[in-house]
Design a protein around this ligand. Structure first.
Ligand code: HEM
Length: 527
């Protein structure tokens, strides 16, 4: 929502500033005010251009355009993953669809596989990331499954169920486990001093990112594609921003203390010690400043715990309504992992994951059907010819790619009816891609993917997720630990315990997640 105070300020101060700025005699104050006037006018021009000029007179206005609601109902909204999937379903194979996001600004929704490969992969150098950070992080995130195993062993055993009969909000429970793992990956298992409760840090993160979900945050992200966020408008209310700033201060001061302490312990002799956490790796590299390490710290912790916990929540969401599949998984887990013992030795290890087809199929299907990153944007940095659709896109065009739409589409996946294409006959061999069905991965290792870019839950090309291996192992091990010990069932007020539509609502924020998932976790004994 617009912050009304900021809006009134802008509306009242602009004429005053213009008046003062042009008054004689000229002084430095006038110059500053004049600069402000230009900034405001430039912003207004950018808005008018994005809202009224580009959509109707721009060079892309001849492209097929998605049918959307009336402009005033979607002025501050970006379409969700579901809406993009609908645009996709109505289009034919080799097409680009034009649609409008926040403030009616123009976007091109890419659906042609060649275009997607070009933008995410072969010409992605235009959108490169910091290679130094990747080089530092990849050894840690690539093979640190022991840390995840430690985390899995923190999940309560059957005897100490979180709440055996009442429903629990699973995302909250999973966030705690995932946060424990993320903080171990960053600080090391002995890194965090004992007096500090990790729950406090997690609470700060939850407060800090509470504004990052929901449509306001999504609109804010999209808004920044038109205007720099520090300009006068803000879609998120001032109170929320203050709360976030307060929490970020707490997080940063904690991380700064950790960095200073670890640096003070660092001696040339420690260079030869093998490091197994991000903080030691960053310090040892001697290539990052304290501020860069701090950024790395907050990003790794936030991304680490948020993503894995949401991926697990999606898996439990799909399993809770499928008791048969859950039972199959439980048998596989119990047959593959040794029963937990009292020695405290890591019980879940990633080498055991290699031969678990049901677990692999469930995780793949969850990542296919419910990708966390439902929509990602790229911006054309130069006038570019998209080779698949043979379309020239001018510099500055925002290109949208939606794993949510692609991964449910019969154009990209066998099974279901191909809409818009020549064939309308369902492909019998594979299940319909518009429903969750893990069996597609049991009969075909590729799950029925028709193309190289059909399955992109971790992105693709140089900007893909740097933590894919770690996140996959984390998701698999934690899901195995959970389903081995608990039976999850959907807690619904609907008839026959069938979920009501509002209970299945998806929140499309920074990550797509079930809006609120309440499930019953019943301990299952005998393991
Ligand atoms: C199931 C879990 C995860 C999923 C589904 C996931 C998905 C993704 C996707 C799709 C992208 C690319 C976005 C784009 O193309 O615009 C991405 C980027 C990234 N991910 Fe993940 N991620 C997961 C877990 C993690 C974890 C645990 C970390 C770190 C500890 C992480 C760190 C990153 C970083 C740093 C990038 C940015 C890469 C860049 O733009 O240069 N991710 N992730």
């Amino acid at each position: 929502m617009f912050d009304s105070v900021q809006f009134i300020l802008l509306a009242t101060t602009t004429p005053i500033l213009v008046n003062i700025a042009f008054r004689q005699p000229y002084s430095w104050l006038n110059a500053i005010l004049l600069a402000h006037c230009f900034a405001i006018l430039a912003s207004l021009c950018a808005i008018v251009n994005a809202m009224f000029v580009q959509p109707f007179f721009g060079s892309l206005c001849n492209l097929p355009t998605a049918e959307q609601e009336a402009i005033w109902t979607r002025l501050l909204k970006e379409p969700t993953g579901d809406e993009l999937a609908k645009f996709h379903a109505h289009a034919s194979t080799s097409q680009i669809i034009r649609y409008f996001g926040v403030l009616n600004s123009e976007r091109l929704f890419l659906m042609d596989p060649k275009d997607i490969r070009q933008v995410m992969d072969s010409e992605a150098y235009e959108f490169g990331r910091s290679y130094l950070i990747c080089r530092l992080l990849s050894p840690i995130l690539g093979k640190n499954s022991l840390v995840v195993s430690d985390g899995a062993d923190h999940i309560p055993h059957s005897s100490g169920s979180p709440s055996p009969n009442s429903a629990i909000e699973v995302l909250k429970m999973f966030e705690e486990t995932a946060f424990q793992i993320a903080s171990t990956v960053f600080f090391g298992s002995t890194g965090v001093d004992d007096n500090f409760a990790l729950e406090d840090l997690l609470k700060e993160f939850r407060d800090a990112f509470s504004i990052s979900s929901g449509s306001a945050a999504q609109a804010e992200m999209a808004w920044e594609t038109i205007l720099p966020s520090h300009l006068f408008f803000g879609l998120i209310s001032v109170d929320d921003i203050r709360k976030t700033e307060q929490s970020m201060k707490g997080i940063k001061s904690f991380c700064r203390k950790q960095i200073a302490q670890r640096k003070s312990e660092y001696t040339p002799a420690s260079r030869i010690l093998p490091e197994r956490n991000i903080l030691d790796t960053a310090i040892k590299s001697e290539q990052l400043s304290d501020d860069e390490i701090l950024d790395l710290c907050t990003t790794s912790l936030a991304t680490g715990y948020k993503t894995i916990s949401v991926a697990l929540t999606w898996a439990v969401y799909h399993l809770s309504t499928r008791p048969g599949v859950q039972a199959l998984l439980r048998s596989e887990v119990r047959a593959s992992f040794p029963a937990p013992d009292q020695t405290g030795a890591p019980h879940f290890t990633s080498d055991l994951l290699q031969n678990m087809p049901i677990l692999t199929a469930i995780c793949n299907e969850t990542l296919r059907f419910s990708p966390l990153v439902a929509l990602t944007y790229r911006e054309a940095r130069t006038d570019t010819l998209l080779s698949g659709s043979n379309q020239i896109v001018p510099r500055g065009t925002i290109l949208a790619i939606s794993p949510w739409a692609i991964q449910r589409s019969p154009i990209y996946w066998a099974g279901g009816a191909m809409s818009g294409g020549s064939s309308t006959t369902p492909h019998k061999a594979s299940p319909d891609p518009s429903i969750w069905d893990m069996s597609r991965w049991l009969t075909d290792k590729k799950g029925g993917a028709r193309m190289q870019c059909s399955f992109i839950p971790f992105g693709r090309g140089p900007r893909c997720c740097i933590a894919e291996g770690f996140a996959r192992d984390g998701m698999m091990i934690l899901l195995a630990a959970l389903v081995g010990r608990f039976d999850f069932s959907f807690q619904s007020s609907g008839r026959d315990n069938n979920p009501k539509p509002e209970e299945l609502r998806v929140s499309f924020g920074m990550v797509a997640k079930p809006a609120k998932l309440m499930v019953r976790a019943q301990p299952v004994f005998g393991w």
